[in-house]
Design a protein around this ligand. Sequence first.
Ligand code: GDP
Ligand code: MG
Length: 289
Amino acid sequence: MLELLRELKDKNVNTVTILVMGKGGVGKSSTVNSIIGERVMAVSAFQSEGPRPVMVSRSKEGFTFNIIDTPGIVEGGYVNDQALDLIKKFLLNKTIDVLLYVDRLDAYRVDNLDKQVVRAITDSFGKEIWRRGLVILTHAQLSPPDGLNYDDFFSRRSEALLKVVRGGARIKNREIEDYSLPVVLVENSGRCNKNDFDEKIVPNGTAWIPNLVKTVADTVSNGSKSILVDKKLIEGPNPNQRGKLLIPIILAIQYFFIIKPIQGWIEKDVKNERKPAWELQDVDFAEQE
Ligand code: GDP
Ligand code: MG
């Protein structure tokens, strides 16, 4: 954190707010603890995280650092809209400088659920939040399967995940350059290897905390705007509300083009009918027998 302070002071930034999101159990809270350097968040191997986001703030020498840990937004294989709404309410009137999208390095596949989570973030805060996005891969201390070397494994996992993130964020091929989406390795385990300076390192030798801090600082100053979460953003026209606007129009169309004509036919029928309808029915029955 002190390193971040130093990096950003040079760039005239005095507040940084980081939003941490991702599925449950991927290591969001652990990563927050690692960054803060204290055990501020409850970490659990069994998804018993609280339903609410938590913000930790630290100030020093006129610089404020905020980091917001959120509960996973997936439940029963789907994005939980209620959990998402809680996060949106919590973030109201806050400004997001950086989004950390967290997943695990040691997950060997990506699926539609990952895309849905990214899509939910995109629909909540706008596509532009991904200009301020970092992909974090936890559990970085691993031996790759299938005899792959570490760098190859890392780049394959990154590419697979980035593809899904870009899809979920609706980033088109020609826009890839505008959304740099750096992928950063993280190892929160106490058994993480260290270098001669007692810094935690990931298997490719990088001291991951300084590397993460540097990537955050670069992202803050990459020329894109921070995301102000205001009422307009989170209540803005979503597909549902647009749908609601259409309801009266659809009802009117139904009335004039379906109900009216049918009423017309019925009236015409009734006029043309000599005998009442029940009498005709009787005749039908009689013939059937
Ligand atoms: P969250 O649900 O995304 O907040 O995930 P947690 O931070 O609560 O972590 C879930 C479990 O994974 C806990 O048992 C953590 O100790 C463990 N964990 C988190 N990050 C790492 C990591 O980088 N390496 C290892 N080995 N375990 C981790
Ligand atoms: Mg958590």
